[in-house]
Design a protein around this ligand. Structure first.
Ligand code: RUQ
Ligand code: CUA
Length: 664
């Protein structure tokens, strides 16, 4: 969804003439074009054949629902990890084992809109163990295991709608958070069936704290804090001195429920909400709060049974800040803040107001003093609102138009993206001085510095994720792929090195040195540890069994044959389950499995794994099946037949399990 304009005329008045000028330029091309790439840029991104990239870059797929992994500095696409969307290439969400990963209280959901990858952390630094990502549409958080680069668990967030402010992590991944974008009515059916016009009285927001178990990666909701009805946009955890707090940007403090474009842009300032999560954790431990209705699914991938497992929860622990003074505070923040970023020292919180002509930087220290001195300007729906001047470290003046997101380097500098003026601006956090600016092509959304939201940024690059591509690549019809741009930040001035296309719509992204991820790699699954109930751990186990209308085929695959490879005795009306075990015990030898007329997908089975394709034959005849992944010189011979007879046939069920390995 590439929208050339962030706002329409209804809101232009707020930003003024400069805004009109920029927006009326074709393709938002910045006026200060600096397209010249210096001669040695190519050598800085060149990764010679056979050599590895220095960083992994985990990039959200946006409306693709997936997570893409690129190498940096080359910009090479290494993998697309299926997360929230079915993937016929691997069978994810189609195989009997993986379908459960996409189950929710709304039933099976084959898609979502994923915005923010967030790496797990130890002591405030990304550790290369997991990558989290949010699903916006049907509120969920996924955890991707960086040993397998597969989705390992997905939890649904109840009492939430539009899980945008998510899944940012605390310093030791004790929690990842989920703040609702849309406030909604909650509770019983009668409490939820209310007039939309009663928004202010009956709607509520929530922010949820999700705990991933350190060993298993199973996720559960530790507690949920209920808030006045507003929209939450983004968030980040405190660190260092601000460890124990979480900060969320909020807009629509006008509490509008229609025409938000205009009606949620009325107030001069919205809020950053500060949450004392250590206090919330303590309250939860003490049994405070109450369990409220909130049915949700928590799905988990078992690497031994090669199957998903689901726990369904009926309720959730909710804490109401009205009962617990000190749990949350609001800090006024100009105007419709989007990004909410905490610098590496943990002393400063940056709010980026989409409609603001400055960047406010808040001081955690001042915030604590204001809380102690009860230095409030009033309350919002019962929640104390601290005084802007009292919590402000200072403002970056005239930084650009439409600030969205900020990342940091290790030298006290911040890099803020500006959608409207289409640029990255570098500034000093302590001094609030602008140091440099570079144009982006075009209309940057998020940006990423390796480790740039952590205690210890690795720096080196800033990558822009742009919403509009226009003339940057060869045309591909009405839709162009979105684009990323890599800049060096080693010197005082940012330097453009590379453009590369991205899949889906990149929102946020994170990058980590490859050396922190590589040692964790799983190269294959051990066949002895395969506990799949339908595994055939060797060709001697290959067989066919009938249970009423179900035919279960225990099938093995190894270079370059299936056992069994000829099956007879299936009848129209049967449901056939191909349980295929890949017997290989070597890296990078998946086998595929496809059968003619299958209405779901293929399977791509990793070494040592068992996966199941359900097939309901629609006609009589002999149907072929084959391996879809070119696995050996005789890959094309890796094939077989299954005979389908009429419903009343009495062809006996039989299977040819002879194989070269068995000496035929
Ligand atoms: S968003 S482009 Cu993170 Cu969904 Cu800012
Ligand atoms: Cu197995 Cu091709």
């Amino acid at each position: 969804m590439k929208r050339p304009l962030l706002f329409t005329t209804g809101t232009l008045a707020f930003v003024g003439l400069a805004f009109v000028l920029v927006n009326s330029l074709p393709g938002c091309r910045p006026t200060t074009t600096k397209t010249v790439v210096t001669g040695d840029a190519a050598s800085k991104v060149y990764v010679k054949p056979g050599a590895y990239d220095e960083f992994y870059n985990f990039v959200s797929g946006g409306f693709s629902g997936q997570l893409a992994v690129y190498g940096l500095p080359s910009g090479r696409l290494l993998r697309e990890v299926p997360v929230f969307s079915q993937d016929p290439e691997t069978g994810y969400g189609y195989s009997e084992e993986t379908k459960g990963m996409l189950m929710t209280s709304h039933g099976f959901i084959p898609w979502d809109d994923s915005h923010h990858p967030e790496l797990s952390q130890t002591n405030g630094v990304p550790d290369g163990k997991w990558c989290f990502i949010n699903g916006n549409n049907t509120p969920r958080i996924a955890l991707i295991d960086l040993g397998t680069f597969r989705t390992h668990s997905i939890i649904e967030i109840p009492n939430s709608a539009g899980n945008h402010s998510s899944p940012f992590t605390t310093g030791n991944s004790e929690y990842v958070v989920a703040g609702t974008r849309f406030s909604i009515p909650m509770g019983s059916d009668a409490e939820r069936d209310v007039a939309i016009g009663s928004y202010k009285e009956t709607f509520k927001g929530t922010v949820s704290f999700i705990h991933p178990e350190p060993e298993s990666g199973k996720m559960s909701i530790a507690f949920q804090i209920v808030t006045p009805a507003i929209d939450f946009d983004l968030s980040h955890a405190g660190k260092g001195p601000s460890e124990g707090w979480f900060f969320f940007s909020c807009y629509n403090t006008e509490q509008a429920h229609d025409l938000l474009e205009v009606n949620a842009s009325q107030r001069d300032k919205d809020f950053i909400m500060a949450v004392n999560w250590k206090m919330a954790e303590q309250l939860a431990k003490e049994g405070k709060g109450k369990r409220v209705p909130g049915k949700h699914y928590s799905n988990w991938w078992n690497d031994h049974t090669h199957s998903s497992e689901t726990t369904v929860y009926e309720d959730v622990l909710q804490l109401d800040p009205k009962d617990h003074p000190g749990l949350i505070y609001f800090m006024p923040c100009p105007k419709s803040p989007h990004g909410c970023d905490v610098d590496p020292t943990g002393k400063y919180i940056v709010g980026s107001g989409k409609l603001a002509a400055l960047i406010p930087v808040f001081s955690f220290d001042k915030m604590q003093k204001a809380i102690a001195a009860k230095d409030v300007e009033g309350d919002f729906a019962g929640i104390p609102v601290l005084k802007y001047e009292s919590v402000l470290h200072g403002e970056v003046k005239k930084p650009g138009l439409g600030p969205l997101h900020t990342e940091f380097d290790a030298n006290g500098n911040a890099y803020t993206s500006f959608f409207v003026s289409s640029e990255i601006v570098k500034w000093n956090v302590e001094k609030l001085e602008i140091l440099d600016r570079v144009p982006t092509y075009y209309s940057i959304g998020h940006l990423c510095v390796p480790g740039g939201d952590s205690k210890q940024p690795w720096g080196k690059y800033v990558i822009a994720y742009n919403k509009i591509t226009k003339d940057r690549y060869l045309p591909t019809g009405p839709e162009l792929s979105q684009s990323a741009q890599l800049f060096s930040i080693d010197g005082d001035k940012m330097e453009l090195l590379l453009d590369f296309p991205t899949t889906g719509e990149p929102h946020y992204a994170q990058a980590i040195p490859a050396d922190l991820v590589k040692p964790r790699e799983v190269k294959f699954f051990k066949i002895d540890e395969n506990q799949h109930p339908y595994a055939a751990k060797g060709e001697k186990d290959a067989r066919v069994e009938r249970k009423g209308k179900e035919v279960h085929i225990y099938m093995t695959s190894i270079r370059s044959h299936f056992a069994p490879d000829n099956i007879e005795g299936v009848k129209l009306g049967d449901e056939v389950y191909f349980h295929v075990t890949n017997l290989e015990q070597d890296w990078d030898v998946p086998h595929g499995f496809a059968v003619k007329g299958a209405q779901n997908a293929e399977l791509l089975i990793m070494p040592g794994e068992t996966q199941t394709l359900k097939w309901v034959p629609q006609s009589v005849g002999v149907k072929p099946f084959y391996c879809t992944d070119f696995c050996s010189a005789l890959h094309q011979e890796m094939q077989g037949y299954i005979r389908v007879s009429p419903a009343n046939s009495n062809v006996p069920l039989s299977a040819n399990t002879k194989s070269p390995d068995a000496g035929i």
